[in-house]
Design a protein around this ligand. Structure first.
Ligand SMILES: Cc1cc2nc3c(=O)[nH]c(=O)nc-3n(C[C@H](O)[C@H](O)[C@H](O)COP(=O)(O)OP(=O)(O)OC[C@H]3O[C@@H](n4cnc5c(N)ncnc54)[C@H](O)[C@@H]3O)c2cc1C
Length: 393
């Protein structure tokens, strides 16, 4: 088939590599002049690692990243709020913290080995003739040739979502995060996702990510994030870096050591996320995948993993000789139970870690640590963490 993929993020690149490998004629349309990674360090879960395994990329991802065996969240006084170990799930389960550029480079290199037509610097404005032979209207006004299938992998802020699913809702979460990937003073290549919370309004995290392609000295990196209300970003910048460093030192000296060498506040990037609900991911011969279909808050660290699993599932369904619309139906049926589960859980959990509520914070600190010690709840939390959660529909 002639397939157009819109977006060269995680789901777009993985789909491009898989579909071109299967012999389809793939064109990738990317708004940026050069495909490039966006966003903070990522935690790859066993589900995402299995998808990378099917692409023969798992070993390299593990070699470039940092092994994560545990997630721990505490209050500034050291009281444990959350404590989950991968070993409590299936034996051999682990997470891999990875610099987004490392994952991007792996997927990009796999895609470059195939015969893909790259159309970079070309944003897509609209889709036409979805029931027949879809065509893309580019931001330049130009119309593309017709395709047999269009895959919209244009991320959480997708402008094509409503063309495929007019009933979609995608409000921006009130809270976002500041993040940066910095040299890890401990030079770790394994460890844990370490978080500190004060009430629901402060959440700080450190995730080792292994290789740091941006570091000229080749030191391993650590992804730092600081939760912030979306409307508080300007005040954070105007308060200045030194005030932030002092505040951080009072809350968590180890995280303060990580950001201490920074002298430019622009080292930090701002991230906002959406809560996307799409009753249908497909229309005619066009389909949404990754964050375009089910963008959510990164609270559970599942978005990139879901995106990789989507790409694998779609490629497998398209291997059949059945009409493309049937393959898209089977893809949606296969992937929706997992996406719905994580959307629901992220929606429920986000205010527990990112909101102004005092009561939720007190209850969380009192009860969550206890839940982590009760076998039934602990198993359910572990099963959710590793990416195996799904609703029955
Ligand atoms: C702070 C933060 C932390 C996160 N942490 C984790 C984590 O630990 N684990 C995890 O699994 N996930 C995490 N995520 C989520 C993860 O980043 C996303 O789920 C993942 O990137 C989704 O991949 P995607 O391919 O759907 O979209 P993206 O990777 O966003 O790619 C979309 C691409 O489409 C292009 N594009 C957009 N519009 C157009 C257009 N009109 N025309 C052409 N091109 C277009 C963009 O330029 C981009 O290249 C995190 C997200 C954030 C913000």
């Amino acid at each position: 088939m002639k397939i157009a993929i819109i977006g060269s993020g995680i789901s777009g690149l993985a789909s491009a590599a898989l579909l071109a490998r299967d012999g389809h004629a793939v064109s990738v349309f990317e708004r940026f002049d050069t495909p490039r990674p966006l966003g903070a360090g990522l935690l790859l879960q066993p589900s995402g690692l299995e998808a990378l395994d099917a692409m023969d990329l798992r070993q390299e991802a593990e070699a470039r990243g940092a092994h994560i065996s545990r997630l721990i969240g505490r209050t500034p006084k050291g009281r444990t709020v959350l404590d989950l170990r991968y070993a409590d799930g299936r034996p051999g389960d682990k997470g891999v913290g990875i610099h987004r550029a490392s994952l991007f480079n792996l997927l990009h290199a796999a895609a470059l080995k195939t015969d893909i037509a790259w159309r970079t610097g070309l944003g897509v404005r609209a889709l036409h003739d979805l029931d027949d032979r879809p065509r893309l209207e580019l931001e330049t006004g130009e119309m593309s040739e017709p395709y047999d299938l269009v895959i919209a992998a244009d991320g959480t802020h997708s402008s094509l979502r409503r063309q495929i699913c007019p009933q979609a809702r995608d409000p921006v979460y009130p809270w976002g995060a500041m993040w940066a990937i910095l040299p890890d003073p401990d030079e770790r290549r394994d460890g844990m996702l370490d978080q500190v919370y004060r009430g629901c309004s402060v959440m700080i995290g450190l995730l080792p990510v292994g290789d740091n392609p941006a570091d000229p000295e080749g030191r391993p990196g650590v992804s730092f994030f600081w939760s912030l209300r979306g409307d508080a970003f300007p005040a954070w910048r105007s308060d200045g870096l030194e005030a932030f460093k002092a505040r951080l030192r009072a809350l968590w000296p180890r995280a303060a050591d990580v950001i201490d060498p920074i002298s430019d506040a622009d080292t930090f990037s701002e991230a906002r996320y959406r809560d996307c609900v799409c009753p249908s991911w497909r229309r005619g011969k066009a389909v949404l995948i990754g964050d375009a279909a089910h963008g959510m808050s990164p609270q559970l660290g599942q978005g990139a993993n879901l995106a990789l699993c989507d790409a694998l599932s779609l490629a497998r369904q398209l291997k059949d000789d059945a009409p493309v619309v049937h393959a898209l139906g089977r893809f949606e049926a296969e992937r929706k139970p997992a996406a719905r589960y994580y959307s629901l859980m992220s929606r429920a959990l986000t205010p527990v870690f990112q909101s102004g509520s005092r009561i939720i914070g007190v209850l969380r600190d009192a009860l969550m640590g206890l839940g982590c010690r009760l076998p039934g709840i602990r198993n359910w939390m572990g099963w959710t963490l590793v990416g195996r959660g799904r609703l029955p529909w």
